[in-house]
Write a protein that binds this ligand. Sequence first.
Ligand SMILES: Cc1ncc(COP(=O)(O)O)c(C=O)c1O
Length: 381
Amino acid sequence: MTDPLLGPCSPLVPPLYQSSVYNFPDLDALDRVMNGAEPGFIYSRDGHPNAASLAAKLSQLEAARWTIVCGSGMAALSACFLGTLSAGDRVIASESLYGRTTKLLREELNRFGVKTTSVNVSDLEAVRKAFAEPARVLYAETMSNPLCRTPDLPKLAEIAHAHRAKLVVDNTFATPVLVRPLEQGADLVMESLTKMIGGHSDLSLGSVSGNDPALVASISQIVSTWGLAAHPFDCWMCERGLATLELRVRASCANAAQLADWLPRQAQVSRVIYPGREDHPDHTVARRILGQGFGNMLCFELKGGREAVNRFMRQATGIPFSPSLGHVATTISHPETTSHRYESPGEKLRQGITDGLIRMSVGVERFERIRDEIANGLSLV
Ligand SMILES: Cc1ncc(COP(=O)(O)O)c(C=O)c1O
């Protein structure tokens, strides 16, 4: 049918459907859409064209049968847990997670009778032991925030499935350009699209992808009912970011690898953490699991602790301090006072999150520009 406004033309770029609700010519048409006999949308909390279009592209990227887009990474993660867990269930979770995820598990889900046991997921024997008590979900980050611990996904999947548990992973740090967790055995993969996939720090979105048709039905229902849906404008922006994702990942990984070589040679730096370095505890696994590079995230520690970080920040003004990641340009953050602020001092120490630790999200600028700005910052540390 020819469009009355566009005639035979169609827009090159997907249009933005900002409407929160859709019209129907009659009840029969409504029934056909509600029964799934015809495609269509009713109310944007339940679904809209921009979310559907973005989800289709993400499914391709993740090699998934389905993807559901949510209003943030935390909304997507909440949808994963609400869709797989009930009161009385147990989660075996990595002990190195984004701080807000730890809070979701230990405080929010705990209030609804879900218990969490934390393990070092790089220690497969510890994971096996944790299954001595039944668990419904094994949860890990493919590359952990902030220290880039990279567990052996196929082995984790094998252990989880042997105990009839689901492997759920957060792939935000790695992105599906470096690893497609569903191909490595994960049952659900969650991404914070707010980060590298959106890529420009101007939207808030998350996604859940999987292959199991039973899970898509229950998670869709949860997203509608708990109100976790994404807004059309953010989805539209994210599709635009997606177009350059692979280019950005490749360029920023190459910059990060060069920085991971250069930083240890600076006198003010005591430690550099990057999975591409042979001294990273998961280097061998990362080499096997990740394609196209070791990621754009790295951490380095300044010898002078918090005050050295303050001096670095005040001097290296060309590298913004912004407690997020995956921006097109390089940014830094400080896990001790941001993402892991509410962890106990003992827990931070155990994870190696010290007050001198800087987390860097490396961008796509010319390498020399990033290096010179860091050198400038270090000159006054
Ligand atoms: C690894 C990781 N997972 C999930 C999230 C949450 O994503 P969002 O901020 O989009 O809710 C973050 C946010 O920083 C993160 O770093």
